[in-house]
Write a protein that binds this ligand. Structure first.
Ligand code: MG
Length: 333
């Protein structure tokens, strides 16, 4: 155990898991804390989903979005992947003295636009200002409440289940990284920042009982989500390299920076694990929604290497995707 917090404690990887499952869970209580995208609460007979998230991304404006819409979409997505219909959002700003009001205005307007598109209302919030140098321009915390109109999208995985994603991977992490490094050849590279609730509702309606698991593949990327899914199970997740949708320009940046796109952050991608014989139905239902036009099957659940995630390469080789220890891209969301 380290004496101080490292950047890796915020990575969505091994260090963060240790911190949350250790100090935080032990202190707050294993019975009350629900370590999932959102907590499911029953209040007066109504099932609600409740989630919270903080956004510290740098730069605050990046290709394809800004910290404000990222906060709204991220919170909407954490509710949607549980099977909830997102309804209400809170918004707390921590502002650094000196932040230009015009920038805050642009951020706030894009938050409103994102909320309208997702069909959620921003109903409460808070504003704090700290002295120059004591924060980096703006941090945002958003919490969200959703109604469980569909069943909880958490079921036991089995051999043969299919792994689906709604489009290209690593767009968010890599476009932010390219922006930070000032790469000039990455014109057109943008974040995939998007709300997934409409897409998920379409998939769940088409297949009310066949979806086993859904998660937005944010920090830590596709590889980290799948590691969480198969950890401590007799199953493994097998990805097929030839089926992985990665844009050429994203691949280019990944090669230069030595980043595996399977570990890079997405902000508009959901991984769906579904019963094999329902997969086509789910795919069709995803493809009719804008955020799911490029939905594809990228792998399956097998029993080959229990508890592990691996990629089968184009020539039939196998590469293990272990749980990340360190952060590749700090402050990516
Ligand atoms: Mg999530």
């Amino acid at each position: 155990m380290q004496d101080t917090i490292l950047l890796g404690h915020g990575s969505g990887g091994k260090l963060m898991n240790e911190l949350i499952n250790g100090l935080i869970k032990e202190t707050f209580g294993p019975d009350s804390l629900q370590l999932d995208d959102a907590a499911i609460l029953t209040i007066s007979g109504h099932q609600l989903a409740f989630t919270t998230d903080s956004f510290t991304i740098t730069p605050i404006f990046f290709p394809g979005g800004n910290i404000g819409e990222l906060a709204i979409n991220g919170t909407v997505n954490d509710l949607a992947v549980m099977g909830a219909t997102p309804r209400y959002i809170s918004c707390a700003f921590i502002l650094e003295e000196g932040l230009e009001l015009s920038k805050l205005k642009e951020i706030v307007i894009s938050m409103k636009k994102a909320a309208d598109y997702a069909g959620v209302k921003i109903v409460t919030g808070d504003t704090k200002v700290v002295e120059k140098g004591k924060a980096d321009k703006i941090f945002i915390n958003t919490s969200g409440i959703g109604i469980m109109e569909y069943s909880l999208q958490r079921r036991k995985i089995e051999e043969g289940d299919v792994i689906i994603i709604n489009g290209t991977i690593a767009d968010h992490g890599i476009s932010v990284m390219a922006e930070r490094n000032g790469f000039s050849f990455t014109k057109g590279l943008t974040s995939d920042c998007a709300p997934l609730n409409h897409l998920i509702a379409s998939a769940v309606k088409a297949c009310p009982n066949g979806i086993k698991f859904m998660r937005d593949a944010t920090r830590g990327g596709v590889a980290s989500v799948l590691n969480e899914v198969v950890q401590n199970t007799p199953f493994s997740a097998k990805l097929m390299e030839v089926k992985l949708p990665v844009k050429d320009e994203v691949k280019g940046v990944c090669d230069i920076l030595g980043i595996d796109p399977l570990y890079a952050a997405n902000e508009g991608k959901v991984l769906i694990i579904v019963k094999k014989d329902e997969a086509e139905k789910v795919l069709e239902a995803m493809k009719v929604i804008k955020e799911g036009e490029k939905a594809a099957i990228i792998g399956e659940i097998t029993s080959q290497y229990p508890g592990k995630v691996f990629v089968e390469t184009a020539i039939g080789g196998k590469r293990l995707l272990s749980l990340l220890i360190e952060e590749q891209l700090p402050r990516i969301c």
